[in-house]
Design a protein around this ligand. Structure first.
Ligand code: MLC
Ligand code: AMP
Length: 509
């Protein structure tokens, strides 16, 4: 058996090769690869405080996308820690859950998040620290050698359990995910991209920021998505690549349609100059792909991925990009379709569940051995997505669980929302379903049965929920019913719930 290679953390080697080039541009200005190495080294030294290696201690952070975010992530890695990037949009109980579940040793923040993070760290008795203070530490005398098989990151993902699970990726997993995309989409040091996605998901972390920095390219990091801002950025020129979720393309189209003729022409010409525009994280409606092509002459490249595996399938960079298809396996990624009961591997034309194998596939669900075991079959990761292969290309058909929704590119568990809604004093029973939606992909709908004599309005429910759940998990539709449809076993029949919501919308209730 081969002994595991020791990491000279490869992203550090890559960065050393780019020295004086600009790595990151953010609201504060431009920052070179050298500056990233220096700042992350100091963050690592401050975290170590004399220890030789954090030995996979979990370090959570709440930092706005930009130089500080990358320097924090790299600092944690260089000190031998496991990075836990938290969602800036999360409600306090969600942050508390992630901190407790990872048993984080420390919580780091930047100035913009100090008001949320500092009291949280104090309440949970965590080591805390502001980026500005960490980066002011002395440079490290020595940093640990980190083997590539060691844990690098934990991202929380919703699943078929009510609470989100921590997806653990190793340095080797991340390296495989990054290098696969660099090869497939031909990233080079001359590329320039802009990040407008949140940095607690693989889409922003791996596909945009990590690929750009591995390639020696330049990534401009925006604190938040803004459609007009993105068009204007494209208009200023020099961008070569853009990646986003379908909802963002829908928003960009809406902004273009709201602009005057001269602006439209300038924006269309600007977008046309990019070498590649990618869509993923949720199904790209064919109508959106076609409208984008009309506006910009760009055929969006649709690809398919998941927190547990990075990216798995992609339309080609060169050659036909087929609307409605997510393409073929990416370099180094093995993909197959299996019958739901695992009895057979399926051939072209027969729908089945997507299973994935390769160095890109995550290590484990954090401290959930049983869930990890259940997620694999014969060494293949079961995605829970169903697809069919036609002409060698995969077309996604849906998910095996009705309780997993995708809204604005965010995966959401109906069970998690239901569990929170049940805490509402007026709600006796509830069921959450997703309704197809042109902007969001799916919209969250809550169907509730109230305790006798109670009343509930959507606005009041959303106001109450804001303290407990991220905004994108809050229902945008509320239907109050005398009872929920149940089967003979007493289980709520979700397809029937969906039908009732659609019927109520049709009759304007
Ligand atoms: C927000 N709002 C929603 C909503 N999200 N309403 C309905 N459905 C949703 N999903 C509401 C808020 O409550 C708020 O309302 C208003 O919209 C503005 O909120 P916001 O948070 O400012 O939203 P906005 O910036 O407009 O966000 C839209 C978005 C964002 C598309 C930019 O959702 C986003 O960044 N999505 C990307 C997620 C992502 O990176 N996914 C990748 C997962 S990894 P009010 O009433 O408060 O004004 C993965 C693997 C792979 O999937 O393959 O990539
Ligand atoms: P997440 O768990 O947030 O990483 O989301 C992964 C899920 O997003 C996958 O399991 C799919 O259901 C969905 N997904 C990602 N890309 C696509 C795509 N191009 N088309 C349809 N669904 C997608």
């Amino acid at each position: 058996m081969m002994s595991p290679r020791t990491l000279e953390l490869p992203f550090v080697l890559q960065a050393q090769g780019c020295a004086g080039r600009v790595a990151v541009a953010d609201a504060a200005g431009v920052h070179t690869y050298d500056a990233l190495l220096a700042a992350s080294g100091r963050v690592a030294a401050a975290l170590l405080q004399g220890r030789q290696d954090l030995a996979e201690a979990r370090i959570a952070f709440l930092v706005v996308p930009g130089f500080a975010w990358v320097a924090t992530l790299w600092g944690i890695w260089r000190a031998g820690g496991v990075a836990v990037p938290l969602a800036l949009s999360a409600a306090r109980p969600e942050l508390e859950y992630a901190l407790a579940d990872t048993a984080a040793e420390a919580l780091l923040w930047d100035e913009a998040n100090a008001e949320t993070a500092a009291p949280l760290a104090a309440a949970l008795h965590l080591r805390g620290g502001g980026f500005e203070q960490l980066v002011g530490a002395e440079p490290p005398e020595a940093l640990p050698a980190v083997a590539e098989g060691r844990r690098a990151m934990i991202l929380y993902t919703s699943g078929t359990t009510s609470r989100p699970k921590g997806v653990v990726t190793t340095h080797a997993n991340l390296q495989a995910q990054i290098t696969s995309l660099i090869a497939a989409w031909e990233w080079t040091a001359d590329d320039r991209t802009v990040l407008c996605l949140p940095l607690h998901h693989v889409h922003g972390i791996v596909n945009v920021v990590s690929c750009a920095l591995w390639a020696g390219a330049r990534v401009e990091m925006l604190a938040k998505f803004d459609a007009v801002g993105i068009w204007q950025r494209m208009q200023r020129g020099e961008l070569t690549l853009f990646m986003a979720v379908p909802t963002i393309y829908v928003r960009l189209i809406a902004a273009w349609e709201a602009a005057d003729e001269a602006t439209r022409q300038a924006w269309s010409a600007a977008a046309h100059r990019l070498r590649l525009m990618v869509s993923g994280s949720a199904a790209l409606p064919v109508s959106t792909l076609e409208r984008w092509r009309e506006l910009t002459g760009q055929t969006l490249l649709e690809r398919y991925g998941m927190t547990e595996i990075g990216m798995a399938l992609s339309n080609p960079l060169h050659g036909e990009r087929r609307a409605g298809s997510v393409g073929m396996p990416l370099p180094g990624v093995q993909v197959r379709l299996a019958a739901e009961d695992g009895s057979a591997v399926l051939s072209e034309g027969t729908p089945g569940e997507i299973e994935v194998r390769g160095a890109n596939v995550f290590l484990e669900y954090w401290r959930r051995a049983e869930a990890t075991q259940e997620a694999f079959r014969d060494g293949w990761f079961r995605t829970g997505d169903t697809a069919v292969v036609e002409d060698g290309r995969y077309r996604i058909l849906g998910r095996t669980s009705i309780d997993i929704l995708k809204t604005g590119g965010h995966k959401v568990s109906a069970l998690e929302i239901e569990e929170v809604l049940r805490e509402h004093q007026s709600i006796a029973e509830c069921a959450v379903v997703g309704l197809p939606d042109a902007e969001w992909g799916e919209r969250i709908c809550a169907v509730v049965v109230l305790h006798p004599g109670q009343q509930l309005e959507l606005d009041a429910l959303r106001g109450w929920g804001r303290e407990r759940l991220t905004a994108h998990k809050l229902p945008t539709r509320l239907l109050v019913l005398p009872q929920l449809p149940r089967n003979a076993m007493g289980k709520v029949v979700k397809p029937e719930v969906t039908r009732l919501v659609v019927a109520a919308e049709d009759t304007g209730r």
